[in-house]
Design a protein around this ligand. Structure first.
Ligand code: GAL
Length: 414
């Protein structure tokens, strides 16, 4: 009898301890599987575990996150949402509207997020005025990455406009060098397209075309020119590009098999993971002029049961915005911190330029949320644009035909 009592009071004590101090758990769905990406996400995993949490990794390979988003939908539909999910832009609000997201305003209040984040990006992270996602970075999309020794041997400066890019590519082609490493996946075609829209059309054109979906702009002569440039770019790509992953295209530039890649600065993460230095082994330049095309990676927190998982969400939200984490993660990832108060001293020249151009773009109202990376449009509308962009890039469709299809597809998606 006595023994039983002792056992049950020990059990009761154990339960009480568990209830009082839930062990933070997080199952984290993301698509950071390339060398640079994996090195970056490992920083968060280690910090989470070092702070008493247990991280269950759920990586879903596939650049741009299309496969990850399909996996997410399946999990939510089966009533078993992951604790934290890499999400961006309007898809955060779409999940919120479906009633799937929790709220992390208490962490944001305690940590002062409104003071720490650029006002211009806060709206991406809020649902009905409260924070529902925690940002890890700001990625710039409109970059041209170049192999330094190829450019030096050819006497070419890093291009700063599409005209300069075309001139450089023609010269390289004449020398028998592959100008452009490109991965043939729809989101990568879309990444080229938005950089061309911003560079050829300028900031206002980009906003009218890919944020407002203004019909006159979508059907304009300028948009015909944009598709002409896409056709020119297609001519600089090798025959084996179809289906190629973005990081394999980056590897072609790293290894000197191609001169350039046009890609967001997660590509820099690959150069860094390969031990390469900007200004010495590779160059970064932007073809956009005053604008700045960006996306913000963040974690959104789904409604989950259990004190341990809810504690995991709060811990993850707090660590994600931690000052040291924002530095170390972004040194690996190729992006820059979302927090304003992180020193750029340890960042390389591309990171410093990104940070400076971001500031200028904010001042000049030239910040351009990426349509290709889910920051500007809702899913159906972005998909409509990408379908036409990729159909054009992978066929001999004329620019005129592409513009007409674009207008029709966008109208049908509204
Ligand atoms: C972007 C994402 C980056 C990187 C890239 C390639 O959409 O914002 O963090 O993962 O896709 O997968």
């Amino acid at each position: 009898m006595k023994k039983m009592l002792m056992v049950s009071s020990a059990l009761a004590l154990g339960l009480a301890t568990t209830a009082a101090k839930a062990e933070p758990q997080a199952e984290v769905l993301h698509w950071w599987t390339s060398g640079g990406e994996a090195a970056a996400v490992k920083v968060l995993m280690e910090e989470f575990n070092a702070n008493g949490g247990t991280w269950t990794d759920m990586p879903v390979a596939g650049g741009g996150g299309d496969a990850a988003m399909t996996a997410l939908r399946a999990r939510v539909l089966s009533g078993n949402a992951p604790t934290a999910v890499q999400l961006k832009g309007p898809s955060i609000q779409e999940w919120y509207e479906e009633g799937a997201l929790g709220n992390i305003q208490d962490v944001a209040d305690a940590e002062n997020w409104d003071e720490l984040l650029p006002e211009a990006i806060q709206y991406h992270l809020k649902c009905d005025g409260d924070y529902c996602a925690a940002p890890v970075n700001i990625h710039r999309i409109d970059w041209i990455w170049a192999n330094a020794s190829i450019l030096e041997d050819a006497g070419i400066e890093p291009p700063k406009s599409w005209d300069e890019f075309n001139a450089a590519a023609e010269k390289l082609q004449g020398m028998g060098i592959l100008p452009l490493a490109h991965g043939g996946q729809a989101w990568q075609d879309a990444t080229l397209f938005e950089a061309v829209v911003a560079g050829l059309g300028g900031t206002e054109f980009y906003k009218k075309a890919l944020i407002d979906l203004d019909m006159d702009t979508l059907k304009s002569d300028k948009m015909v020119e944009v598709f002409d440039q896409m056709r020119v770019l297609r001519g600089y790509v090798d025959d084996n590009f179809s289906g190629r992953d973005w990081n394999l295209a980056t590897a072609m530039v790293i290894n000197g098999e191609a001169a350039f890649q046009i890609m967001g600065d997660w590509a820099k993460g690959e150069f860094i993971a390969a031990g390469k230095e900007p200004g010495k082994d590779f160059y970064c330049s932007s073809p956009t002029g005053g604008g700045y095309l960006y996306n913000v990676d963040s974690f959104a927190f789904f409604n989950v049961d259990g004190d341990d998982r809810q504690a995991g969400q709060k811990l993850l939200a707090k660590l994600t915005m931690g000052k040291n984490f924002q530095k170390v993660f972004n040194l690996n990832k190729g992006s820059i911190p979302a927090r304003l108060d992180v020193s750029m001293d340890e960042f390389d020249s591309c990171g410093v330029q990104s940070n400076k151009d971001l500031g200028t773009a904010i001042e000049q109202n030239a910040l351009l949320p990426s349509y290709a990376h889910g920051m500007a449009l809702r899913g159906a509308q972005a998909g409509a644009v990408t379908d036409v962009v990729t159909a054009h890039f992978n066929s001999d469709m004329s620019s005129q035909e592409a513009v007409e299809q674009l207008a029709q597809a966008v109208a049908a998606s509204q």
